[in-house]
Each structure stands twice: as structure tokens, then as C-alpha cells.
Design a protein around this ligand. Structure first.
Ligand code: COA
Length: 186
């Protein structure tokens, strides 16, 4: 009998697709896991269902590996939010693939800037984002979720932006309503 050299196992395939109703429990639990550790804002199940078309799901070997959402704030900016990777598959490119899916969706929609509120500055920098000065450079529409955030007073999250090369400003973009910065946010 001929000896066959042992082959290393092939890496499980990573795929990203739009979320479906059947993903909501896994999305809720993964976000809840990290929210309980203070890494992100908790997201009620109702909120996930209502915003399900924003969400992408990553799978590794056909199993749920993480989620991320692109939420349109205005014609010139969309927020990457609800980004959560299952702890067992961290640091395998899942988060980056989810951000790439959000970016592709923003490009498809003709939205030239991505925004994120985050504590994971290093990760977003690896995805091409840069830190901004919260006291000066925030778009007037980025406060949409602050009112339901437990850290609303004395917020210490970082604001990060990514300008999407090659995506022009939409034509005829209306002025956004004036900033309504919630008290205590700075
Ligand atoms: C942050 C998070 C989304 C990153 O996802 P991930 O799948 O573990 O990260 P990736 O493997 O895609 O990493 C992509 C790159 O970012 C780097 N990176 C990942 N997490 C990092 C961190 N916390 N600090 C610095 N760099 C980080 C990786 O080393 C990799 O670098 P490379 O370009 O040299 O390869 C994930 O760890 C997570 O869900 N964390 C908890 C929840 C959270 O913080 N969500 C973000 C809220 S907005």
C-alpha cells in the first residue's frame, strides 16, 4: 500500500450574503454577547427585524460567523453598524469581509462616505477608515442611535470615516436638517 502524505485541512469557505429572517436569532445573540462586554450597543430583536434589509451575514463553512449592517443616514453618508463576529472565528477575516460587503452596497447606492461609531479603532483602520474629531467633523445625521445608548451621557466611542474613492457626491443632494446633538454627548 502506498503511503499518502497527510494534507492540511482546507480552510472553511467564508461567504457573505444579505441577511434573512432566519438569521435574526443568531444576529441578536452575537450582538448581545459583545454588548454584554461593553463592546457595542445592544440591539433589540424588534430593531433587528425592522432593519433586516440593512444586514449582511457571514458564514464560515456554511455556519453563521458574524453580521454587519449598512444603515443609510443621508445621501452622502451611511453607517456601518451592528458589526459582530462570533468569538470562535475572530481574526480570520470575517469582520473585514462584512465591512467590504457594506462598502460594496454603499457604492451600489452611490453613497460616497462610510461612518462608524466604534471602540475597535485598529480594526476599522485596517479597513481603510480614519478617526475624526468628534467635536468638529461629525455629519449632522450621525446621532440617530445615541438616544437609546446607555453611554449617551459621557460618550467615549470613536467616530471613524472612510471616503469611497471613485464615488461622487450625489447630484441635487438636499441639505440635511440641522444637527441636533443630544446633550452630554461630548
Ligand atoms: C472587531 C471585529 C468586528 C473584527 O472582526 P474580525 O473578524 O475579528 O477581524 P478581521 O480578521 O477581519 O481583521 C481584519 C484586520 O483587522 C485587524 N484587527 C482585528 N481586530 C482588531 C483590533 N481589535 N485592533 C486592531 N486590529 C484589529 C486584524 O489583525 C486584521 O489585520 P490585517 O489587515 O493585518 O490582516 C470583531 O473582533 C468583533 O466582532 N469584535 C467585537 C464587537 C465589536 O467590537 N464590533 C465593532 C463595533 S462597531
Amino acid at each position: 500500500m502506498t503511503a499518502v502524505a497527510a494534507q492540511p485541512p482546507a480552510p472553511a469557505a467564508l461567504t457573505v450574503r444579505p441577511a434573512r429572517a432566519e438569521d435574526v436569532t443568531a444576529i441578536f445573540e452575537t450582538i448581545g454577547y459583545w454588548a454584554a462586554q461593553g463592546k457595542m450597543l445592544v440591539r433589540p430583536m424588534q430593531n433587528i427585524f425592522e432593519n433586516l434589509r440593512d444586514f449582511f451575514v457571514a458564514e464560515v463553512g456554511g455556519e453563521f460567523a458574524g453580521c454587519g449592517a449598512l444603515h443609510i443616514l443621508w445621501g452622502d453618508i451611511a453607517e456601518v453598524r451592528g458589526l459582530a463576529v462570533r468569538p470562535e472565528v475572530q481574526a480570520k477575516g470575517v469582520g473585514r469581509a462584512l465591512v467590504a460587503a457594506c462598502e460594496a452596497e454603499a457604492r451600489r447606492l452611490g453613497i460616497p462616505v462610510l461612518f462608524a461609531w466604534t471602540y475597535s479603532v485598529g480594526f476599522f483602520e485596517r479597513c481603510g477608515f480614519h478617526l475624526i474629531d468628534k467635536s468638529k467633523e461629525l455629519h449632522p445625521r450621525v446621532w440617530s442611535e445615541c438616544l437609546r445608548c446607555p453611554f449617551f451621557v459621557g460618550c467615549n466611542e470613536n467616530g471613524m470615516l472612510k471616503h469611497l474613492e471613485g464615488v461622487p457626491m450625489p447630484r441635487n443632494l438636499p441639505e440635511p436638517p440641522p444637527t441636533q446633538v443630544p446633550p452630554g454627548i461630548r
